[in-house]
Design a protein around this ligand. Structure first.
Ligand SMILES: [Zn+2]
Length: 323
């Protein structure tokens, strides 16, 4: 069966643009303009991923998978067909606007000492990680004027949700983290702490980097993710809240055998602990081994490291969760 919408989408989105948009770099060019590089779909050591920009098709000689841009999005993000279509559609429409917004916020981060101070206070200390994650800051002014000077209409901006109905910056006074198809803003002031653009938070943060790991640490906040990464843990992913959406569950339960450590916040009222026990049961039903991690009372992985916890101590908590 042919899906007309899918055919149109395939013509709109060159496979190479999309794959490069996911940080893929070709290693060499071969005959007829085709490209070879490391496979983004499996742990690849020598370039086995072939991409043909003329035919808009890929094939991997390592994992044996291939297809068009929709198939690539399904495999890469670990989502079903319909979700891949939605993801690509958002990517094509919002890609340029979102990347302009992200660039603006990145520049502002360096111009506003309050933002840098907040990052320090949350234990974010590696400038190269800030760069790599494209973390930015929304100062709460100039965004609309800047984007309109680039040619976007006010209506474009409101539709995407980057400015409010009143024309104000949605993420004002927030540290902003780019996600796959959305943005997450963490307030540095008294405003509502968490904010996203409309349209759902998408899949697990950094999923492509960890999907081949046999053991995964799942945290609920991006600051938890950052501090664990800085401490040397490379098998971390983040659900942006304790409630996993269908895409995130689908990613964790994609049939690969893996163990998942649930390192949610240890709240005084026990809500984080309850959430991780419930999730462990849910994952258990899919034959995923899940281990709730007990952090010291009132701590999350971020505050654990900010309050002088180290990698060895955190590893001890993971080991204890398993025993
Ligand atoms: Zn492969």
């Amino acid at each position: 069966m042919k899906y007309p919408a899918a055919e149109i989408l395939k013509q709109q989105i060159p496979l190479l643009d999309y794959v490069e948009g996911q940080d893929w770099k070709p290693a060499r060019r071969i005959a007829r303009g085709r490209l070879m590089g490391l496979c983004p779909l499996h742990a690849d050591r020598k370039p086995s991923f072939l991409l043909d920009p003329n035919k808009n098709l890929f094939y991997c000689y390592g994992c044996g998978r291939g297809g068009d841009v929709i198939r690539f999005a399904e495999l890469y993000h670990g989502v079903p067909f319909g979700e891949a279509i939605a993801l690509l559609r958002r990517w094509s429409g919002m890609d340029s606007l979102l990347s302009d917004v992200i660039k603006f916020y990145q520049v502002q981060l360096h111009r506003h000492p309050e933002a840098a101070a907040y990052l320090m206070q949350r234990g974010v200390r590696q400038p190269e990680l800030v760069e790599q994650m494209r973390i930015g800051y929304a100062p709460g002014r100039c965004l609309r004027a800047w984007l309109m000077s680039l040619g976007y209409s006010l209506c474009d901006l409101q539709q995407a949700g980057v400015v409010t109905r009143e024309g104000l910056d949605t993420f004002a006074h927030r540290i902003v983290f780019p996600l796959d198809t959305n943005l997450y803003g963490r307030s540095i002031g008294k405003a509502d702490p968490h904010r996203f653009l409309p349209g759902g938070k998408g899949g697990l943060y950094g999923w492509e980097k960890v999907r081949n790991c046999r053991q995964i640490v799942l945290v609920e906040g991006v600051f938890d993710w950052v501090t664990l990464w800085q401490a040397g843990f490379r098998n971390v992913t983040c659900s942006l809240g304790t409630g996993l959406n269908a895409t995130q569950l689908h990613q964790l339960c994609d049939g690969a055998s893996r163990a998942v450590y649930l390192a949610f916040d240890s709240d005084h009222n026990g809500s984080g602990q309850r959430a991780s026990r419930q999730l462990a049961q849910r994952l258990g039903a899919y034959h995923i081994e899940a281990f709730p991690v007990d952090l010291p009372d009132g701590h999350d992985p971020n505050s654990f490291f900010v309050h002088s916890g180290d990698a060895q101590q955190f590893q001890a908590l993971l080991d204890r969760a398993r025993s």
